[in-house]
Design a protein around this ligand. Structure first.
Ligand code: ADP
Length: 179
């Protein structure tokens, strides 16, 4: 299969990244929210928002089930696509970890369909959705590493020094199987 992805970690604002696809930590309604979603929505502008409305109109209820992913155009971002995924609201159920891993796998599957070679992820679910970053980071890192994908660069764009540190520890830790 394809080479394994070794994620790159950076401290910064995901809305200023130059990549093929920017990942949005959306909610299941796909309606613009706060946090990284608000920042991406503002930076991407009206054309990207209109494309999002199109997806909402075309999809069922909810437009974006937890753990799944869907792409829109990226508007004014320095990217070609936004790949929206809805993470689990923590604490939800025993499936939280699998749903969070599923977000990462679904995003990479959509990226492969689009032919996106570089993908920037935020720390999905670790803001308003309450997933402790210490628990979320190893899941996110393992899901990306174990994904069967043609994506060449996965960049986690972390918004705080603490998030960066926790993701760094997860990346450097001896690998354990995901359950
Ligand atoms: P969720 O609802 O999935 O928890 P949030 O947007 O509340 O989504 O938070 C997800 C992560 O994105 C948090 O770690 C938050 O600090 C971070 N974040 C917020 N704004 C930005 C940004 N502009 N760039 C990168 N990460 C961001």
């Amino acid at each position: 299969g394809p080479a394994m992805v070794r994620p790159v970690l950076v401290l910064g604002d995901i809305t200023t990244q130059s990549v093929d696809a920017v990942v949005n930590a959306a909610n299941t309604s796909l309606r613009p929210g706060g946090g990284v979603d608000g920042a991406i929505t503002r930076a991407a502008g009206p054309e990207a928002l209109a494309d999002r409305e199109r997806v909402i109109a075309e999809h069922g209820t909810p437009p974006l089930p937890t753990g799944e992913a869907v792409a829109t155009i990226a508007g004014d971002l320095d990217a070609r696509w936004i790949i929206h995924t809805a993470g689990p609201v923590y604490p939800g159920s025993a499936r939280d970890a699998d749903l969070l891993a599923s977000c990462h796998r679904s995003v990479l599957r959509v990226a492969d369909e689009l032919g996106a070679g570089t993908v920037a992820f935020p720390a999905i679910s670790t803001g308003i959705f309450g997933y402790p970053v210490e628990a979320a980071a190893p899941i996110a890192i393992a899901a990306v590493r174990e994904a069967d994908t043609a994506v060449e660069e996965v960049r986690f764009v972390l918004f705080s020094e603490h998030h960066l540190e926790v993701f760094r520890e997860a990346l450097d830790a001896p690998r354990r199987p995901v359950h």
